[in-house]
Design a protein around this ligand. Structure first.
Ligand code: ATP
Length: 317
């Protein structure tokens, strides 16, 4: 490997496009991924969704050259991972924690990676700082909590300052503060022009972070498109229940924002709102609704609707 100065390396220019074309993987008599085609663009967070066993990890492993496809291709700007000139400088992946020595400190673990990749050792401290582990860098991996291990995995993915980030269930084990931190970091990385693909089995977990969603079930594509649009389609008839001291003002603001508000308004300042998520309704309620007494998603719950969809018991409209 050449050019150890990551800071002097060009910023991830132009972004990279990931192309999955007719990708399939069969294990003996069972199909893990079947004829999967979708595109992931740069400068955006793309949520890769599906229930347990849907084929997310297998798909990501095929992109990274860790699992050979039965047929089809997964490419990075048209190239297979194995053909990339500088793979670790191009793609940072957070798949699992294999390969981490339990008695090694977090910092040493990263330094070993730096040495193997031709990066300067100080890059380990930069990324530790980046993921909030600056103080814990000297502690052994075996002493790390699950959330700290996730942060270290992320630090490893960021080592080569790659324009592409592939993260498999990165929120696992993180507390609410950690999840919020992870979300804002993913958005920041995408805003820098990077291609960020993040898998999850919970639609509510990625709905607000992801610009685009790709949903798979039993190895097949179920839906693909802008996050808001897909989540609204999955949600179907779902509404948000909101009760506040100035329902008329809030109703006007909601309609102006493109929402539908059940007419006539229910008693006690209660509104039923369609077409907007709870986050958007909360923001409008804070600005226009006066005192907020209640705000909740009304059935059908998004996660329930997502489960029905991915279990093949519902169809997306
Ligand atoms: N090496 C393997 N040998 C046999 N079957 C496998 C292998 N790897 C994965 N599978 C099967 O392929 C299917 C898809 O698994 P995969 O791990 O890709 O799903 P996933 O969507 O990532 O699920 P999870 O959220 O549980 O990690 C599952 O039925 C799994 O049992």
């Amino acid at each position: 490997m050449t050019s150890p100065e990551v800071k002097d390396a060009p910023a991830p220019a132009g972004g990279r496009t990931l192309e999955f074309r007719g990708l399939s993987k069969r294990y003996r008599d069972r199909s893990a991924v079947e004829d999967l085609s979708f595109t992931v663009g740069p400068g955006r967070v793309t949520g890769f969704l599906g229930p347990n066993g849907a084929g997310k990890t297998t798909t990501l492993r095929m992109l990274l050259g860790l699992t050979a496809p039965t047929s089809g291709t997964a490419t990075i700007d048209g190239q297979l991972y194995r053909d990339l000139e500088r793979p670790l400088r191009t793609v940072g992946a957070m798949l699992d924690e294999s390969g981490t020595h339990r008695r090694r400190t977090g910092r040493d673990h990263l330094r070993v990676q730096c040495a193997a990749t031709g990066l300067p050792a100080r890059r380990a401290d930069e990324v530790l700082d980046h993921v909030g582990l600056a103080k814990a860098g000297g502690r052994r991996y075996e002493e790390y909590s699950l959330g700290m291990r996730q942060r270290l995995n992320l630090a490893q993915a960021l080592l080569g300052d790659p324009p592409v980030l592939i993260l498999d269930e990165p929120s696992n084990g993180l507390d609410p503060e950690g999840i919020a931190w992870m979300r804002s970091l993913l958005k920041k990385l995408a805003a820098e022009g990077r291609t960020v693909l993040v898998s999850s089995h919970l639609i509510s977990e990625v709905e607000q972070t992801a610009d685009d969603l790709v949903i798979i079930s039993q190895g097949r594509l179920v839906a693909e498109g802008p996050s808001r649009e897909i989540a609204a389609r999955v949600r179907g008839e779902s509404r948000v229940r909101v009760r506040c001291s100035r329902p008329a003002e809030l109703a006007a603001a909601l309609v102006a924002a493109g929402a539908t508000v059940a007419d006539p308004p229910a008693e006690d300042g209660l509104l039923f709102v369609g077409g907007l998520g709870t986050g958007a309704v909360a923001a409008l309620a804070a600005a226009h609704g006066g005192e907020l007494y209640e705000l909740a998603e009304d059935a059908p719950d998004l996660e329930q609707a997502f489960l029905r969809l991915t279990q093949g018991k519902a169809e997306i409209r």
